[in-house]
Write a new protein. Structure first.
Length: 256
């Protein structure tokens, strides 16, 4: 096999030396970001219900702003997020609502990083909002005492999120007819990669593939693939921010 193909396998299976020596965001900054994100998720969920014609009730934009000010995090929110939260009800676009609701997966990654009692669901399961809210409420009460998980554990979690997003994007490439180097097939690439990540303890593969919804990833339906893609993308977004891959929350890269 050509050297560049071997390096491709090594990078994807996690056997090559790390390409970046990441620092981890401070615990107090994570708490502030998590509270900001919770406000976005909660407001997006309310806007979704209003858009569906439901008789939903929730805080007004002014109450949201005052709540964040009281928690000392309004200033930590980006200009883009503050503008979104200050809009009147029913003024969010459908895409903004969808983006906001999906941010609960990113929020879960942040909560996991500073709450050793919270277990992040596997990558074929969405977070449970009720459990997430309970943990976040605990963090709000003890925000001054928040402690962060070990840097090595956060970096490993970041690698796991990247692996799952890579698997999703590999499926997308297959559908486009993307041509791999001569002599290399997608099946070979996926099997070697799955084996490498299994050896790192990420999961137990199924038929040489990532395990998803109790079957091999390649057997997912279109709807199931879309769901897992969104979960992995949002969590990697948060983990890349945690690992200081970007200073600005609104422009975190999720390349794989």
């Amino acid at each position: 096999m050509l050297d560049n193909q071997r390096m491709w396998f090594l990078r994807r299976s996690g056997k090559s030396p790390p390409e970046q020596d990441d620092e981890i965001v401070r615990a107090d900054a994570i708490v502030s970001r998590a509270i900001c994100l919770f406000a976005i998720v909660a407001q997006a969920d309310l806007e979704r219900e209003l858009a569906e014609g439901k008789a939903a009730e929730g805080p007004s934009p002014e109450e949201n702003r005052r709540w964040m000010v009281d928690h000392g995090v309004w200033g930590a929110a980006s200009t883009l997020k503050r503008e979104l939260l200050e809009r009147p009800h029913r003024a969010w676009t459908s895409q903004e609502i969808a983006n906001g609701v999906w941010r609960q997966e990113a929020l879960a990654a942040l909560v996991w990083a500073i709450d050793d009692r919270y277990q992040l669901p596997e990558y074929d399961r969405q977070v449970e909002p009720s459990k997430l809210q309970k943990r976040l409420t605990r963090l709000q009460v003890s925000s001054g005492k928040a402690t962060i998980r070990k840097a090595a554990d956060i970096k490993l979690a970041r690698d796991k999120a990247e692996a799952w997003l890579w698997r999703s994007r590999t499926t997308e490439l297959q559908k486009t007819g993307f041509a791999l180097p001569e002599g290399l097939t997608f099946d070979q690439l996926i099997r070697v990669t799955a084996k490498g990540f299994e050896e790192r303890g990420f999961f137990r593969s199924i038929d040489g593939d990532f395990p998803a919804l109790q079957k091999a990833y390649r057997n997912l339906s279109e709807e199931e693939s879309t769901l897992l893609h969104s979960i992995a993308r949002e969590r990697l977004y948060a983990f890349n921010w945690l690992c200081t891959r970007a200073a600005d929350w609104d422009s975190v890269p999720t390349s794989t």
